[in-house]
Ligand binder design. Structure first.
Ligand code: ARG
Length: 470
């Protein structure tokens, strides 16, 4: 029985890197099912960067020659160029981005290209690529979060004195300034940026050197590779390095929180755009009309952002579930980490970019806000506080004001519309100075402590955020 000897020239003769061991090819469907090149090619630049750092280290420790390194660098430069120009031919037969690039390298430079994979596996290679890719995305997202905060702070400065009703239970509660309301979101996005920065520490560790799972017998210098690639350090356990994707899950969780905040803001924008509310108008470029109702202007962008929050949550759940059943170390399951992760990053990048632009361009309607604040007895708490300052226990003051509000409701007027005599009927200690606290301006101006809604406080906080984000 004649047997074909195992190929020592695999990339020249066969389309797959492990062909010599197998006696029949996979079906086209299985090929498509198992291939990731359709989506992981977007990590190509980072794959090349990782390979160059690995080759540089192999040469430095004497595993490959200086000539081999030079050839690898030359070949990779050409491949990078081909990819950027759109001339690179991606092949499904070569399964993923790693094998496609390696195959092309061998075509271009021969044996030196075949030495690149010494002391490395696609398992530590892919883990490295994802971390490099994700680190870049984190930096982009952090920048976008800060840009959005800056827009909110600019708008807050403009509207430090604009008053609208603050709500609890979506009922008018107390007057607040619009600037203060906007800065609430700047705080949320500030924490989101902190979380991203924190996540970056755990993403920024080098898996290379773990090889398939157990490390390698070559005298590698992992610290050198880490330095070259800008990692803060190396993964300390090879089994963990190739297998866990907790860093990607963490990014998805942080992204889910970003989208949760975006979605809350969207919900308010939609509400404020409703003609019955009419607090703001979004620029036309973020809205669409209706194909049947000519009068409509729909807040599509906030609605869609609210909707896209669901898909980002979904990716988080998918990745958590992907990971939970996997024994150590690498399993092919992990190839499924990418599309959800990529889509998460794409979604938050696009969303944050659009929102910064959209918030910069909203038209605010201070009159509508003010009218709404005057409608719901928003200064009732201020009247209670006024009575407390004149010696009443707070609970009694609360009760007195509740009676006054009830009487206003019956007459269809606001507290500030009552005459001094009418107010004094509820409590004799009420004096002419009460009208200062019953005004919206008096109410917000009094809350000037850190975290309060007073215009002077809003200006301080907005300036702080502008200084932080310049
Ligand atoms: N395409 C693979 C992935 O995304 C690369 C690693 C493959 N390793 C393996 N042993 N099949 O995870």
């Amino acid at each position: 029985m004649s047997q074909t000897p195992p190929s020592h020239n695999q990339f020249d003769n066969k389309s797959q890197a492990w062909s010599a061991r197998f006696s029949e090819p996979v079906s086209d469907l299985v090929k498509r099912y198992t291939a990731s090149v359709g989506f992981d090619q977007r990590m190509a630049a980072f794959d090349i960067q990782g390979s160059l750092a690995h080759a540089d280290m192999l040469a430095a420790v004497g595993v490959i020659s200086g000539d081999d390194l030079a050839a690898i660098q030359r070949g990779m430069a050409q491949i990078q160029d081909e990819i950027e120009q759109g001339h690179f031919t991606w092949s499904l037969d070569l399964e993923d981005v790693h094998l496609n690039i390696e195959k092309r390298l061998v075509e271009l430079i021969g044996d030196a290209g075949k030495r690149l994979h010494t002391g490395r596996s696609r398992n530590d290679q892919v883990a490295t690529d994802i971390r490099l890719w994700l680190r870049h995305q984190i930096d982009l997202c952090t920048g976008l979060l800060q840009a959005l905060r800056r827009r909110l702070a600019e708008l807050a400065l403009e509207h430090a004195d604009t008053i609208l009703p603050g709500f609890t239970h979506l009922q008018v509660a107390q007057p607040v300034t619009f600037g203060h309301h906007l800065l609430a979101y700047a705080e949320m996005f500030g924490r989101d940026a902190e979380r991203m920065a924190d996540c970056r520490h755990r993403v920024n560790r080098l898996p290379l050197g773990a090889a398939a799972l157990a490390g390698t017998s070559y005298p590698i210098d992992r610290e050198r590779v880490a330095r070259t690639l800008g990692f803060d350090g190396v993964c300390r356990n090879s089994l963990d390095a190739v297998s866990d994707r907790d860093f990607a899950i963490e990014f998805c969780a942080d992204s889910a929180l970003i989208m949760m905040h975006v979605s809350r803001m969207s919900e308010e924008l939609v509400l404020w755009m409703n003609p019955r509310v009419g607090f703001i108008d979004l620029a036309d470029r973020f809205c669409t009309g209706s194909s049947i109702m000519p009068q409509k202007k729909n807040p599509d962008v906030p609605e869609l952002a609210r909707g896209k929050t669901g898909r980002v949550y979904g990716h988080l759940m998918a990745l958590l579930t992907l990971m939970k059943g996997q024994p150590l170390a690498y399993n092919k399951d992990n190839q499924e980490d990418k599309e959800g992760l990529f889509d998460t990053a794409d979604t938050i990048r696009d969303t944050l970019t659009i929102f910064a632009d959209m918030m910069g361009g909203i038209r605010v309607r201070p009159d509508a806000m003010r009218a709404a604040a005057l409608q719901g007895y928003a200064t009732a708490t201020d009247l209670a506080d006024y009575l407390v300052k004149r010696g009443l226990p707070f609970r009694d003051a609360h009760e007195t004001v509740a009676l006054a509000v009830r009487s206003c409701e019956q007459r269809g007027c606001d507290l500030a519309d009552l005459s001094l005599a009418e107010l004094q009927a509820f409590h004799p200690d009420i004096a002419a100075d009460v009208f200062q606290v019953l005004t919206l301006e008096g109410s917000v101006a009094a809350r000037k402590h850190i975290g309060g809604t007073a215009p002077e406080r809003v200006r301080i906080e907005a300036q702080r955020i502008l200084d932080e984000t310049h």
